[in-house]
Design a protein around this ligand. Structure first.
Ligand code: SF4
Length: 493
């Protein structure tokens, strides 16, 4: 008779041997279950590179557990529950254990199925601890959470004071891109048999940018620490047509599917900082992303609840514009470059996501859920917990300010300052009216005008509304805004 005692279910974003339900797994007692569900892979226009990455990583991870001597079941099924039923039927209806899933939908589905959960420790902040913090806040400022994290985790602090004399180095970390900037090359990850099998099933030729194994993810971490970390900070917000990643770590896919744990990334970063070769602005800027933003966004996802994703408080109902999927449908160089990069690699860094894509979505009044779905579909690292707060709260302010005190809306001047996109563009970021006016600039003022009532009492936007009042050409601008919106819908602007 089999001595197996339980089935450990591993979702495709829990791929770590030392965390989640696997940390105390026993070869002789636990069946390890993976389900490649059709619901996950079909039915939506998922970016093929994203699917390739998620599936191939899971298959490699399943293989590594088999190599360790585990009994592993990897099944394809219409849904996760169908797959688990199949595995249960094969293994005497053993009980199912899983680390707490990363989305409300999967949490409910597995709870109703009768799975027992162990704590989700793929983050540095347990969900109840974040709730304790959030319940005490008047407004959910990330900066306050981040400072508390620094002290709680004892990272870059001396007692209660920040190392380097400041909590953030945002001023140092907002440099525009230098001219003709190339920087060190990025790693390529050679493809193996499992990769080739997945690629063939998907009918996709993968690029070599993304690793699909734990070894590859660790190499990527090493490459970032050795070749990019020191220069990360000052250029973290810059965008350039000459270099698609600048000094970004490219670690988010592995952090989000479990191949790397944030504590491993932080340990490596702090060790490098201690050598004295990494300036504080880079160390702080990077560590803020990992222990601040990432943890905060996950905490907010669980704190705000499952209905939060339905928010549309600016009543934005425009359909997703064609240029989001097809760069040939626009003359706007920033959009063309950004969407081309996404189509090529399923990734662009946080500033094009926020200040180009989300900015255009909010300024055009694009429906938040349509935009959210698209962002989920095209980014390699786009989990539900990361995209819901990032899009609904931060990107398009659809939550009425529950998360951010003001919308991230900006005209072409910001993009012009932080990138070299405008040099190759048919439009002029300084103009707000006329055929050559930058659509961002026109739509920015139009957005403020349309939403005066909603935002006029927001003291953080007083300066922007003061600027709006001083515009002498508002009627002309509004006419141009109408033309721009029509042109964007027709794929001609
Ligand atoms: Fe984008 Fe406007 Fe600059 Fe063109 S001019 S690249 S549309 S910001």
């Amino acid at each position: 008779m089999s001595a197996m005692k339980r089935i450990i279910y591993i979702p495709f974003d829990h791929l770590h041997r030392s965390y989640g339900a696997l940390k105390d797994a026993q070869r002789k007692e636990d069946v390890i279950a993976f389900v490649e569900s059709a619901r996950m892979t079909t039915g939506r226009p998922w970016h093929k590179e994203r699917l390739f990455f998620l599936i191939s990583s899971a298959r490699h991870f399943a293989q590594s557990l088999k190599d360790e001597g585990f009994t592993v079941e990897y099944v394809k099924a219409p849904t996760t529950i169908d797959g688990l039923n199949e595995i249960k039927a094969k293994h005497n209806n053993l009980p199912i254990t899983c680390a707490e899933p990363s989305s409300f939908t999967q949490y409910e589905a597995l709870k109703n199925y009768g799975a027992t959960f162990v704590e989700n420790d793929f983050f540095l902040t347990p969900r109840p601890l974040f709730t304790l913090w959030a319940e005490k806040q008047k407004s959910f400022l990330m900066e306050n959470f981040y400072r508390a994290q620094r002290i709680r985790l004892n990272i870059l602090v001396e007692g209660k004071d920040p190392v380097g004399g400041a909590w953030n180095f945002d001023k140092e970390n907002r440099l525009p891109p230098p001219k003709k900037y190339e920087g060190p090359a990025y790693l390529n990850h050679a493809r193996d048999e499992i990769d080739n099998e997945v690629a063939q099933e998907l009918g996709h030729t993968p690029i070599e940018t993304w690793a699909t194994t734990r070894d590859g993810a660790l190499k990527q971490l090493r490459n970032f620490i050795d070749n990019h970390f020191a220069e990360f900070g000052p250029l973290e917000d810059a965008m350039t047509v000459e270099n698609w990643a600048l000094h970004h770590s490219l670690l988010s896919p592995y952090l989000n599917n479990g191949l790397l744990h944030p504590s491993e990334v932080i340990t490596a970063a702090l060790k490098a900082f201690k050598t004295g070769k990494v300036p504080i602005e880079s160390a702080e800027g990077f560590i803020r992303q990992v222990i601040g933003w990432r943890e905060y966004v996950n905490g907010m996802y669980w704190f705000l609840g499952p209905d939060y994703r339905k928010n549309n408080q600016l009543q934005a109902d425009r359909k997703l514009l064609p240029l989001f999927r097809d760069p040939s449908k626009t003359q706007m160089n920033c959009m063309k470059e950004t969407v081309t990069d996404i189509n090529n690699r399923a990734w662009v860094h946080h500033i094009p996501r926020l200040m180009v894509l989300s900015n255009l979505a909010i300024l055009t009044g694009t429906n938040p859920q349509e935009f959210l779905d698209w962002m989920r579909e095209v980014f390699i690292d786009a989990t539900e917990w990361v995209m819901v707060p990032n899009v609904i709260g931060m990107g398009v302010h659809a939550d009425g300010g529950a998360m951010m005190t003001k919308p991230y809306a900006a005209g072409g001047a910001y993009i012009s300052r932080m990138s070299n996109y405008c040099k190759g563009c048919s439009y002029n970021p300084k103009l707000r009216t006329g055929e050559s006016a930058c659509p961002f600039t026109t739509l920015y003022w139009d957005f403020l005008d349309r939403n005066q009532e909603t935002f006029s009492k927001n003291h953080r936007m007083a300066q922007q509304f003061f600027g709006l009042k001083r515009l002498s050409d508002l009627p002309e601008l509004k006419e141009r805004a109408r033309d721009v919106l029509e042109g964007l819908e027709a794929g001609k602007i």
